[in-house]
Ligand binder design. Sequence first.
Ligand code: A3P
Length: 326
Amino acid sequence: MEKKEDPNFSSAPKLELEELLQTLDQKINWDGRKLVKYNGFWFPMPFFPPIISTQKHFKAKDSDILLASVPKSGTTWLKALMFCIANRNIYTIDQNPLLTSNPHLLVPFLELGLYFHQENPDLQHLSDPRFFSSHIPFNILPNSIRDSECKIIFICRSPLDQFISSYHFLLDNKFEKDAVPLELDEAFDMFCEGIHSWGPFWDHILGYWNAHLKNPEKVLFLKYEDLKEDIAFHIKKIAEFMGYPFSEEELKQGVVDQIKKMCSLENLKNLEVNKCGYVQGIMKNSSFFRKGEVGDWTNYLTPAMAERVKKVMESKFGGYGLRFKI
Ligand code: A3P
């Protein structure tokens, strides 16, 4: 898809939105884009109207599955895995749509995709079960997602690596053409204060963590580091949660291993379709596939910076029994 010069973000009723916006705090993000604070979270301005549209119009079905995530935490990987798991009996390996489509096309974003282009898109053509994805925090999700039987698979990541991944992603994409991005240490200060896209990271993560503790049948809580450590185990776990468990026969035939290979960073990154083009006309396909390493933060942050994040994590997550391998 060609890059659009001036994306027109949403057709949500402008006046209503403008009135709402006047009541909300705004700041400039690391990359020069405006952030707006809504219900305690900072959102990139272009995605604010689609978030409101999603809240207002999206109606979840009981059979839907939502992939919720903190950006740069493995969303793309999980989309590929979910798609492969659900469609493993439909496509042969060499006909898998992942070979010709970026995972973001196969599992569409709500606010960054469907509701980004239209205020109230017609979703009737989508067959059941429908899979969607979103970065919207749990307490701001459309009511129908929380109140229905719709399942949620959430993925997050050690904030240290998530910060480094986000910083690279924003620089790589240059969303604000003429803006001078902040230096890494300035961006880091904002991150630690919770002023960053879809942040504060702790509230985003805790919203889904608490929802998972309350109802683990509804919300599966995943960490990127755990998937990296044992992906085969997690493919089986995700498949079971989705309602697509593997049979003994499939396990013997090595189907899990085939999915693991198809969705590996090495495989996806080197596909022509992921080397060029854009997601939603604005985010480079290639920028979703970088290093995929646990602990990449050590190449960019000083021990003192890491200590600062660890303290934030301890104070925010400690009481909830949530830990990350860093
Ligand atoms: P890095 O920037 O640390 O390399 P998201 O999909 O949520 O935007 O997250 C992007 C991060 O996931 C990037 O991390 C990217 O390299 C990594 N990633 C993308 N595809 C992956 C895959 N198939 N396996 C493991 N990591 C992957």
